[in-house]
Design a protein around this ligand. Sequence first.
Ligand SMILES: [Zn+2]
Length: 139
Amino acid sequence: MAGYAATSTRPIPRLDSDNRAFWTGGAVGELRILHCADCQGYTHPPRPVCRHCLSERVAPKAVAGSGVVDTFTVNYQKWFPAMEVPFVIARIALDGVPGVFLTTNIIGCPVDAVDIGDRVRVVFEQHGDVYLPLFEKAD
Ligand SMILES: [Zn+2]
């Protein structure tokens, strides 16, 4: 898994100048997505220019942190020895952030309790400087 350090039960991203705001926002309880000051669009994953208009006037913006399960799968494969299986890999459509989906894990419930359309909210799992945005069911 290039770009990841398998030091935990989840892959931990390496911080760089583009992604730091996203991965550290959980320190203050913020889910941050890059927002463009020119076209008001959102860009994810983080990168130096807006994916819509190529503007460089992008900056992290705290979003609601809630959303809906757009699609998901259950992973049974141990990608590295410390990984705990099974777990849910879900694509979350974020409230108020049109066109942006986060691929993440759903935690806090059995894997068979997750379904498309479920309301979810972000929870952060800290690993050093990195706060992984995971999601749990909201109801
Ligand atoms: Zn833009």
